[in-house]
Design a protein around this ligand. Structure first.
Ligand SMILES: N[C@@H](CCSC[C@H]1O[C@@H](n2cnc3c(=O)[nH]cnc32)[C@H](O)[C@@H]1O)C(=O)O
Ligand SMILES: [Zn+2]
Length: 432
């Protein structure tokens, strides 16, 4: 057994208290072995210095399209439908496997550098993303996104079959760091008959389901008109909601839908920056929490955010949660830290997001020396409101050090930035 000590720091525990402790990790099993005083925990084979730092669970970005880093700044200041149809889908039509590889590498570099150790991604060319996850050491839940609008029947069936095949083939890839899901895009971009045919297959095989839902009013209204049901009642009639399912956004959900989510134990992934940028609306996050719905946090793609920094996302979640209710006590610091850790972990069904013996050794160390983090009255408050992704000094995933002193250990950052820039420019040119 090879062990790693993360020593000298303060540690955020699952009950949101902070204590001075060392952490011993089994690097081979990728598990936390012990947390305690240095002499109790003992010396590991390797040592990561966390003095003047706060060790937190690695943050979990539970909804993104990682290769969309290629489109960062390509199309801004438009609402969802126009943004997708006029700007994003035309460039996505030109995507090649190597583009997705380059964009995934850039996004994963950004995530590791901002303390994120796991993400959920629905996109194209997912075998490339799975390979990049394997090479870089991060953890991910991956699905090939399916859309039927604009496709003939045969193309649409091929898309769904491919999605199921991908989920079957790659589940457990990269020593178990890759898990998979079945990902119809949304309730309005996928025709009902495809849900009817393929959801039972995914359910039978125990493949988790993840879709975009209740993101905009434009998406809710046609469903209510056509089915005389709220979108999530319609989704439930198609057997989409279950305890291993999770929906992205959930901006426009009424009280009955919130109760339905709680009853089905289906998680909502809140994406506050994307919801604000596309003017989709303010998700009723405090009401979801009050209804006992499990809420995780995601950035969505970098074209609607425009970064993958989960510290930004926590801050946005707290801010917009207050604004939505006009109540400054809504969505407090502790709630957003829980969303980005245990909430997202529970949605993805992974044993990460908590610093406890037996849990996955997915951790980040925040350097507390910055002037914007003084005085340290309340470190949970700092995590939600004051820490930036660039304050993260070390990142550990599955017991392996992925970043030490801000230097990536598994990624050549300069090369990744250059390649992504070149490919993104060529891609936009092809689409024009
Ligand atoms: N295989 C599908 C692609 C689906 S991937 C997921 C899609 O979600 C899109 N997307 C990104 N952000 C959002 C969002 O906020 N709402 C809805 N779709 C989004 C993204 O651009 C991509 O087209 C196809 O044949 O078109
Ligand atoms: Zn999305």
């Amino acid at each position: 057994m090879t062990t790693l000590t993360i020593g000298g720091g303060q540690v955020l525990r699952p009950d949101m208290t902070v204590e001075r402790a060392d952490i011993l990790v089994d690097s081979d099993a990728g598990e936390i072995l012990a947390i305690g005083d240095a002499d109790e925990v003992g010396n590991g084979d390797e040592y990561l210095d966390a003095s003047d730092g706060l060790v937190i669970p690695g943050l979990i970005n539970a909804h993104t399209h990682v290769a969309m880093t290629l489109f960062r700044g390509h199309a801004d200041d438009k609402e969802l439908d126009a943004w997708l149809q006029e700007d994003i889908w035309p460039v996505e039509a030109e995507l090649q496997a190597d583009d997705v590889r380059a964009g995934a590498l850039l996004g994963i570099a950004e995530m590791i550098r901002s303390g994120t150790t796991a993400f959920a991604d629905m996109y194209f060319f997912m075998d490339e993303v799975a390979d990049v996850v394997a090479d870089t050491g991060i953890r991910a839940t991956l699905g090939h996104g399916c859309i039927t609008v604009g496709k003939d029947d045969e193309q649409a069936h091929d898309d769904f079959k491919h999605s199921l095949d991908f989920a079957r083939t790659y589940d457990g890839h990269a020593d178990g760091r890759v898990q998979t899901m079945f990902t119809p895009h949304s309730l309005t971009t996928v025709d009902e008959k495809f849900y009817e045919e393929y959801i039972p297959v995914a359910r039978d095989e125990g493949i988790p389901i993840h879709i975009h839902a209740n993101e905009t009013v434009n998406e809710v209204d046609p469903i209510v008109e056509e089915h005389d049901q709220r979108p999530l009642e319609y989704a439930d009639s198609l057997d989409v909601l279950a305890d291993d399912s999770f929906i992205a956004h959930g901006v426009h959900v009424d009280e009955d839908e919130r109760d339905l989510l709680a009853e089905r134990d289906t998680s909502v992934i809140h994406c506050p920056a994307s919801n604000m940028k596309l003017a989709s609306g303010m998700a009723p996050v405090q009401k979801l929490l009050d209804a006992d719905v499990s809420v995780g946090l995601g950035t969505d793609g970098a074209a609607s955010n425009n970064d993958l920094d989960m510290f930004d996302e926590m801050r946005d979640a707290a801010m917009v949660g207050k604004l939505a209710t006009m109540d400054a006590s809504a969505v407090p610091a502790e709630a957003v830290v829980r969303m980005a850790t245990e909430g997202s972990a529970s949605a993805l069904g992974i044993d990460s997001g908590r610093i406890e013996a037996g849990a996955n050794a997915d951790l980040a160390v925040v350097d507390l020396s910055g002037e914007h983090l003084k005085p340290p009255h309340n470190l949970v408050s700092h995590l939600a409101y004051a820490v930036r992704g660039s304050d993260v000094c070390h990142t550990v995933c599955d017991g392996a050090v992925l970043m030490e002193d801000r230097t990536l250990q598994t990624i050549d950052l300069d090369d990744v930035k250059d390649t992504a820039t070149e490919r993104a420019h060529a891609l936009v040119e092809r689409a024009e």
